[in-house]
Design a protein around this ligand. Structure first.
Ligand SMILES: [Zn+2]
Ligand SMILES: [Zn+2]
Ligand SMILES: [Zn+2]
Ligand SMILES: [Zn+2]
Ligand SMILES: [Zn+2]
Ligand SMILES: [Zn+2]
Length: 357
């Protein structure tokens, strides 16, 4: 009598046998590798590769499995498209990396569906006929493009959709086609999302974003100190942000990775750490940077303040720095700008004072 344990074992063995048969069939099907040259097809830069993965991956042309550990496969170095050797001549999808080189921007409408009829009942990628009737397999919708695809071009991969993040702060992964998968993977670290333009209201809804925005603006102010400080250069302080160079260049653009890490509560902590290190250099460690601190002209307290201090505020006109409290007690009127305006009224000439130190 067979026990449940036996039957599980047997199922395992049968599965293994099926896999071995598939491997064998594939070895028979594959042409011998003659041409070791790289191939260029529809913008893809294919190289023969043997990635040593123990799990089979799937061919982007025929959607059958590939055992690259046994036989080399073609892999596009640019977009990650991979296929059997025998499938290389029937590749239909253009390389998404080429498309991105021309224009790297996200679709910002949420799942912009046009309907199967508008697609003339054809797969949006390979153009074969698709239909919800019949037995060729149901068409699959891609949440990124909103279009329908055949099952060879859409494997139910899931990914976070940028439009849903930007409009609804929604990070739930949605089903997407192969082309969108390759595109979104490539775009993950592209600095293309200007949240202040696309959805400024998000900063009110998501506290972490507001906090990160403040830190980023501070870091840009601190950068001005570091550019003229030999000690900051020696300590390679700006290098702390080398995996996010856009944080050194500006404060408004984000990558999808930035936003995902914001939502996972990782980005704020990491930027906060950098901010702390920078502030320590300017305020405490470095005589050159410290010398550029400000004395609040409104209370004349001895303590030095800096524009990135939480207790401080910089005049948007002349950049003089005051205690926040002092400034608002004066109804937000900058004494320096006031003086300059009076001078101008009396003499007709505006003397620009040097910044107080
Ligand atoms: Zn490619
Ligand atoms: Zn194939
Ligand atoms: Zn297709
Ligand atoms: Zn310094
Ligand atoms: Zn003050
Ligand atoms: Zn001012």
């Amino acid at each position: 009598m067979s026990t449940p344990e036996d039957s599980t074992k047997r199922q395992g063995l049968v599965k293994k046998l099926v896999q071995l048969r598939l491997k064998l069939q594939e070895l028979k099907d594959e042409p011998e590798v003659e041409d070791h040259e790289n191939k260029k097809v529809l913008g893809h830069l294919f190289a023969l590769t043997n990635n040593g993965k123990t799990q089979p991956s799937k061919c982007d042309v025929c959607a059958n499995s590939m055992w690259s550990r046994l036989r080399p496969i073609y892999l596009c170095k640019e977009c990650g498209f991979s296929c059997h050797l025998k499938c290389i001549d029937i590749v239909k999808r253009h390389c998404v990396a080429v498309k991105l080189a021309r224009k790297a921007a996200y679709e910002m409408s949420i799942c912009p569906e046009v309907g199967l009829a508008s697609q003339k009942y054809r797969c949006a990628d390979c153009k074969i006929a698709i239909s919800f009737k019949g037995d060729s397999g149901e068409p699959r919708q891609c949440d990124y493009t909103g279009l329908y695809y055949c099952q060879t071009c859409h494997w139910n991969d899931v990914q976070v959709i940028p439009a849903r993040v930007v409009h609804n702060w929604d990070f739930s992964p949605r089903k997407i086609c192969r082309q969108s998968k390759q595109l979104l993977d490539l775009m993950m670290n592209r600095v293309v999302i200007n949240l202040s333009d696309l959805n400024p209201g998000l900063f009110n809804r998501v506290e972490a974003l507001t906090n990160i925005k403040k830190l980023r603006e501070d870091i840009l102010v601190m950068k001005k100190y570091f550019i003229s400080c030999k000690y900051a250069k020696e300590a390679r302080l700006l290098r702390m942000l080398e995996d996010r160079p856009h944080f050194v260049e500006g404060s408004v653009h984000y990558t999808v990775r930035d936003l995902m890490e914001t939502q996972e509560d990782l980005l704020f902590d990491s930027i906060k750490e950098t901010h702390k290190r920078y502030s320590q250099h300017i305020r405490i460690e470095c005589d050159l940077c410290r010398a550029k601190g400000f004395i609040c002209e409104l209370c004349r307290a001895e303590e030095l303040i800096f524009p990135f201090d939480i207790i401080a505020i910089a005049c948007s006109q002349c950049s003089a720095v005051f205690h926040r409290d002092c400034f608002f007690k004066k109804n937000g009127v900058c004494p320096k700008c006031e003086r300059l305006a009076k001078q101008l009224a009396i003499t007709g000439v505006s003397f620009d004072e040097s910044s107080p130190t």
